[in-house]
Design a protein around this ligand. Structure first.
Ligand SMILES: Cc1ncc(COP(=O)(O)O)c(C=O)c1O
Length: 305
């Protein structure tokens, strides 16, 4: 589903570096590291009914990514949360909102790769947008397998949630040319890693299976789904999954913050057909809704910049 411009986002205020700016004025220097080399880390978060979902887990992943990239003077979780709340309050955004939170290595004194050229400190960007779930979670999505392999830790560790997204963008381009919604990326051994922007699960013999988090992002939704399966006593495991196993799965679905849980109805022209009548996705969906409240952090309305 191609996202469209939402007129509700025409006048949003975006936090960039030192303050809030109207979207037309929210700019970043051409010397910023994210422009020069994708040298930044990021998180996508969702806001539901006045609260941020999984805030602590997202901030932990952001800070771990920043530490792995040897960023200096990383803001604390409290500082980032404060700026996030202030940005949401300024926009009066409390539901149906997606936030793209980016931390760049900051501005360089001259163009170049070397982090020693960065002397101005990190740059925090908080971009909140009115954004409903991005996929059709009722009818599901069509997927192709990309010829672009997902990075292994020997190339670029996907435990770093970085802005160098060309690997995934090339896969998405293949999906676009094939006129489907997303691309499945394999790892270097030919096992499924993840879709270009979300994790993948299959169901076979009433058990939930997902690839090891070796060549995929250790998605927060993925982790939550595994916890819900454990709690709901649904058999589940992480393992290497081949394409043939996916073609013959009873159910397949994608997980991610911007689409939540999305059924995959077709992959490489093969329909995912449920031979056993299993209903694991609907059980996980119900458990997701029932347990969501525990992971919501209320936005304090009094906070401003
Ligand atoms: C490549 C990739 N895989 C999976 C995900 C889903 O992760 P999460 O559930 O933490 O949103 C994302 C989200 O940013 C992603 O970029």
């Amino acid at each position: 589903m191609l996202q469209k411009f939402n007129p509700k986002n025409a006048d949003i205020q975006i936090y960039v570096g030192d303050g809030l700016y109207h979207r037309n004025e929210a700019k970043i220097s051409v010397f910023d590291s994210v422009v020069q080399g994708g040298d930044a880390v990021w998180e996508g978060l969702r806001i539901y009914k006045g609260s941020v979902f999984m805030l602590d887990r997202h901030l932990n992943r952001l800070l771990e990514s920043a530490h792995a990239m040897a960023f200096q003077n990383i803001p604390t979780k409290e500082e980032i949360a404060h700026t996030l709340y202030a940005t949401l309050n300024a926009n009066k955004m409390y539901d149906d909102v997606h936030v793209r939170l980016t931390l760049t290595r900051g501005e360089k004194i001259t163009s170049g790769m070397d982090p020693r050229l960065n002397s101005k400190g990190l740059n925090l960007i908080i971009l909140p947008e009115w954004k409903p779930l991005v996929y059709d979670n009722t009818n599901g999505i069509k997927v192709i397998t990309s010829s672009i392999r997902r990075n292994s830790p020997s190339n670029l560790d996907s435990k770093i949630h970085h802005n160098n997204l060309i690997n995934n963008i090339l896969a998405k381009i293949q999906a676009n040319f094939a006129d489907v919604d997303a691309a499945l990326m394999l790892d270097l051994n030919g096992f499924a890693a993840e879709l270009n922007g979300s994790n993948i699960f299959i169901v076979k013999n009433n058990a939930l299976i997902t690839p090891f988090a070796d060549a995929c992002l250790h998605g927060i939704t993925r982790g939550f789904v595994l916890e819900l399966a454990e709690q709901s006593k649904i058999p589940h495991k992480e393992k290497n999954i081949s394409l043939t196993e996916i073609y013959n799965a009873d159910e397949a679905f994608a997980t991610g913050t911007w689409g939540e849980l999305t059924p995959i109805k077709e992959i490489d022209g093969r329909a995912i057909s449920n031979k056993t009548g299993s209903n694991i996705l609907s059980k996980i969906n119900a458990a997701f809704d029932a347990n969501k409240a525990q992971f919501l952090t209320e936005i304090p309305k009094s906070i401003s910049l």
